[in-house]
Design a protein around this ligand. Structure first.
Ligand SMILES: *Cc1c(COP(=O)(O)O)cnc(C)c1O
Length: 377
């Protein structure tokens, strides 16, 4: 089946093979040997042997894909990235706190998402802004050597890919080398599984599934074991990482169908050659698109070339009166959801793992044709 290329920032396009397999298994799920069980995944007990086998395979595949060291736990939670903005300080702000005083948390603000994180953390901790790129319009990452790190911070949080502003960390900060004893927390919602992660630098990573892993409703948390057990007394039990870890993410009913779908995506990723292969493809896709933007007279991207996102490519038309024509022409040619986030305007092409290079090529061809006809013509 020929489907349009979907450039949505999230919930985002899924690999077609995965959707087809889910459709085939919707009414009657087969186990690894092909034996059908008479139930769809949505209808299974999360404690039954069928779902437990899905869960265990999904976790094992993800651990392998992420090359996750054994001292990290994988938690499948709910509430999305925005809930994690509260759940992280509820669990980790006390790591280095003086008893009876709120913990201290550090933030580097590189776009809307890290800004939201710092604001939410203020409810549960003393949130310190170590650096911010806001005054420059979020087009770069402040150099790590200039960050004003609080020596008593429990953790420093960054958003390693700013989905709206299109700013991505190509390297994680080495907090020890910067003289900080804080743990590094990363919001990797919109580039998880698109590139390898240096786990040596990370204490905790979280991300909603709906950008690059599967459907909305599932939140992935990866946390180093020794950071469990520091939750504030007010932390809801369902959001206490230790409780969730001790019950294998089954303290309450996990988002079973979303876990299953993510599991199918992980199998698909393994078949593609794993994350290192996806990373090479993602580099090629991003280069193709940024080169087309940079070479043109009509389109431009504002982000510093050292930290342009490989996943979310925001771009603008120099003649903004052409925006609507650009979007409707794209739609006619089978390219959907290219409109930029309402807070920044313009266009945004999200080119996650499920976007083939053919989709990016089709976009680049259309952009060139549109420029010639409507701008130069
Ligand atoms: C989408 C996104 C979020 C918000 O996720 P929700 O699931 O809507 O809570 C948080 N951080 C980043 C980087 C995102 O891209």
């Amino acid at each position: 089946m020929e489907r349009p290329f979907n450039f949505s920032a999230g919930p985002a396009a899924m690999p077609q093979e995965v959707l087809m397999q889910a459709a085939d298994e919707m009414l009657d799920w087969p186990d690894a040997t092909g034996r059908r069980c008479g139930m769809g995944v949505m209808e299974m007990s999360h404690r039954g042997k069928e779902f437990i086998s899905i869960y265990e395979q999904t976790e094992a595949d993800l651990r392998e894909l992420l090359a996750l060291p054994s001292n990290f736990k994988i938690l499948f939670m709910q509430g999305g990235g925005l809930a994690e903005n509260a759940i992280v300080p509820l669990n980790l702000s006390a790591l280095k706190a003086v008893p009876g005083q709120p913990g201290i948390t550090d933030f580097v603000i590189t776009g809307s998402w890290s800004e939201k994180s710092s604001q939410e953390a203020k409810k549960y901790s003393t949130a310190n802004i170590a650096a911010s790129a806001k005054a420059d319009g979020f087009i770069g990452i402040p150099e790590a050597g200039t960050w004003s790190l609080n020596p008593d911070a429990s953790y420093l949080q960054i958003c390693t890919n700013e989905t709206i502003h299109g700013v991505e960390f190509n390297q994680l900060p080495d907090l020890k080398a910067l003289g900080s004893g804080a743990e590094l927390v990363i919001d990797f919602s919109s580039h998880v599984a698109s590139r390898m992660v240096d786990w040596n630098q990370v204490g905790l990573a979280f991300g909603g599934a709906q950008k690059n892993l599967g459907p909305a409703g599932l939140t992935l948390v990866v946390v180093r074991e020794d950071l469990l057990g520091y939750a504030l007394p007010d932390c809801p039990s369902a959001f206490n990482y230790k409780t969730v870890a001790d019950s294998n993410s089954m303290f309450n009913t996990p988002p079973t169908f979303a876990i299953y779908m993510a599991g199918l995506v992980f199998k698909w990723l393994k078949k593609q050659g794993g994350i290192a292969t996806m990373e090479q493809r993602n580099i090629a896709k991003a280069q193709l698109l940024y080169q087309a933007i940079d070479k043109s007279d009509l389109y431009y991207n504002k982000v510093d070339t050292t930290c342009r996102s490989r996943m979310n490519v925001p771009f603008y038309l120099r003649d903004e009166s052409l925006n609507d024509a650009f979007l409707s022409g794209a739609k006619e040619r089978g390219m959907l959801q290219l409109k930029g986030h309402k807070s920044v305007g313009g266009m945004r092409a999200s080119i996650y793992n499920a976007m083939p290079i053919e989709g990016v090529q089709a976009l680049v061809d259309y952009m060139r044709e549109f420029e010639q006809k409507k701008y130069h013509g």
